[in-house]
Design a protein around this ligand. Structure first.
Ligand SMILES: NC(=O)c1ccc[n+]([C@@H]2O[C@H](COP(=O)([O-])OP(=O)(O)OC[C@H]3O[C@@H](n4cnc5c(N)ncnc54)[C@H](OP(=O)(O)O)[C@@H]3O)[C@@H](O)[C@H]2O)c1
Length: 212
């Protein structure tokens, strides 16, 4: 698939590198692509261009920027995002609004405000530490989970396959509003990781299906 990674940070690089290795065409969208020249090519032959250029031709767009920058990005590029599969990996932390709407629902709203209906937003990878992206099987031999949620079945199936392409186990968490739970699982995960695993950011969730 043609995948646009918006952002050039730890998550964008971890996911983008894995998808390039799996055979996808990955382009990184940066606010300052000229300062990133040669950076992506050295990793995986990918390109770094400006955000609008990255979106052109993309089938899947992964928003890998700070939560506080998402609404402005989504509104500015709403037309280009319409109809595309938009993977929102951002975590709101203290910026979570009081009305309990989730980060991913806000992203879908911001795109809809700019371009009408048509955003196919899937929340995913929110509770996967960047350090684990290249290590989908944990040291104990368990395949790490990727929680994902969305309202568009086809978009969700694509994102589940993209998680599998990296070697992860996709876990369907339901509709996009389930992201309200995922948003608060992230601070919990960070706290558990700090207290029980030394804060290394190498832990992950595992859903175990019991005997049926
Ligand atoms: N780190 C984790 O373990 C983790 C895990 C799950 C989810 N997340 C979420 O994934 C997103 C990216 O996290 P990250 O750890 O990859 O962050 P990061 O390393 O700080 O990178 C963020 C990237 O966003 C881009 N960006 C665009 N607009 C920005 C703005 N206004 N301010 C700052 N950067 C901006 C920057 O790329 P350019 O300068 O090239 O534009 C920057 O490289 C966040 O929403 C985070 O909550 C992180």
């Amino acid at each position: 698939m043609n995948i646009a990674m918006i952002g050039t940070g730890r998550m964008a690089r971890g996911l983008g590198t894995g998808w390039s290795k799996a055979g996808h065409r990955v382009v990184y969208g940066s606010r300052r692509p000229q300062q990133r020249e040669g950076w992506a090519e050295s990793l995986d032959q990918a390109q770094v261009v400006d955000q609008a250029a990255a979106l052109a031709g993309a089938e899947v767009v992964v928003i890998a920027i700070p939560f506080t920058a998402v609404a402005a990005f989504a509104q500015a590029h709403a037309g280009q995002l319409q109809g595309k599969i938009v993977v929102d990996i951002t975590n709101p932390f203290d910026h979570l609004p009081d009305n309990r709407i989730s980060a991913a629902e806000m992203t879908a709203q911001a795109i809809a405000e700019g371009a009408g209906d048509g955003a196919r937003v899937v929340a995913a990878f929110k509770d996967n530490f960047a350090r684990t992206l290249g290590e989908p099987i944990d040291p104990g031999g368990l395949r790490r989970d990727v929680h994902y949620a969305g309202d568009d079945a086809e978009a969700k199936a694509v994102v589940a396959q993209l998680a599998r392409d990296l070697g992860f186990e996709p876990v369907d968490c339901g509709a996009l509003k389930a992201c309200r739970i995922l948003d608060v699982m992230v601070p919990l995960m960070i706290d558990i990781d700090r207290r029980l695993a030394g804060g290394q950011g190498q832990s992950s969730w595992k859903f175990v299906v019991g005997d049926q």
